[in-house]
Design a binder for this molecule. Sequence first.
Ligand SMILES: [Zn+2]
Length: 118
Amino acid sequence: MTNKRGNKDKQKNNSDHLKFFIETIAKFCDKCGSPYSVDNLQIIKENDFSSIIHFSCNNCKSRHIATFVKPLGVSSRMPVNSDLTVDEISKFSREKEVLVDDILSIYSLLSKDPIIKI
Ligand SMILES: [Zn+2]
């Protein structure tokens, strides 16, 4: 019972948190002007200094990533021009560095493709 209530409170706090980002960063989609709801937002990364939030539009499916710098109260937003899902972005943002082996394997993979010139 206590647990259940705890979870509910957590969800409520989280949605208040997301509402704050809608109010301060973007109320509407940059591309089509549809209003954002808390369901369209996902926090990718957050610490005491800044938050990185993923916005996706229900209507036109365009996606933006916003950074919000807490001490300054400023934010910036840019369109996501990749086919990575928000979970993949979140996953890769936790990686500290790109491994040299990974770069080499991508390089050799791309160099086998006759269309891509590197
Ligand atoms: Zn839109």
